[in-house]
Design a protein around this ligand. Sequence first.
Ligand code: ATP
Length: 300
Amino acid sequence: MSSVTVRVPAKVNVQLSVGPLREDGYHDLVNVFHAVSIFDEVVAKESESITVSVTGKWSDQVPVDDSNLAIRAALALAKHAGRTYGADLIIHKDIPVAGGMAGGSADAAGALVACNELWGLGLPFDDLMEIAGDLGSDVPFSLLGGTAVGTGRGEQLSELPTGGTFHWVFALANGGLSTASVYAECDRLREAEAADVPWPQPNDSLLEALGTGDAYALGSHLSNDLQVAALNLRPELAPTLDAGRQHGALGAIVSGSGPTCAFLAIDALHARDLALSLTTTGAAHTAVPAYGPVHGATLV
Ligand code: ATP
């Protein structure tokens, strides 16, 4: 096989509950991931060494050295297989960079699946999940897709059944937010308020809404503990969220660490109208309708 293509989705967190700061600098999380139909494509081609190039609208914001998560994933896979392998990785980027939609993790997951195939390793899914967990908290979910609850740092995953398709609109912001700086701001605010931070718990009403496919109930239970911190760093996101609610979104939250804003719509038609309203009123410069859940990293 000389070339392999993998499609891998973005995610939104429908619940992100952040526990107290741990001694190791991480937080215990309850992170309900939901994979949505905004995709990066990772192509792996036979080569002597491991390289990466990036195409698409966000390409200028993505590093092409060894810090690229797709390269790190390919190197980790080769190490696991105990041999030196090469691959030219070509990433076609549609997932916003540093947007709170796990774009880098998606590319890492895509590279794992693509190189496993290109190199004929035939490693089982569980092995790829293990390597993914070492690469980053969001990488296992990018492999798995669907809807799942993550605990620990977010990497211990249990799949969740969903009762239907949910329709979303994502308002993309100009420029990204660093995940680390949003967590730091969250810690700073909590310290300043001397807040008693509860242990994170899954919201049973939200899980039930996902299970029954009830978009109205899901919309009313969306939550993100990082939202206050993200809004502190990017105050201009608050009017975008308000505009979505005014245009009938069932729920409006910052996606993960932001700055992408996620709006839950009633159905596909409403998502299209909502996206149009957000852009024509200037509340968002780009608004993308999408649906979920979708599969994780998939060979095409
Ligand atoms: P998360 O939602 O997991 O917190 P994010 O979506 O906010 O992540 P990413 O798009 O994953 O953020 O990018 C975070 C940083 O990682 C970028 O600023 C970029 O420098 C770096 N990076 C490394 N590899 C990639 C990649 N393949 N795609 C995008 N960013 C990458």
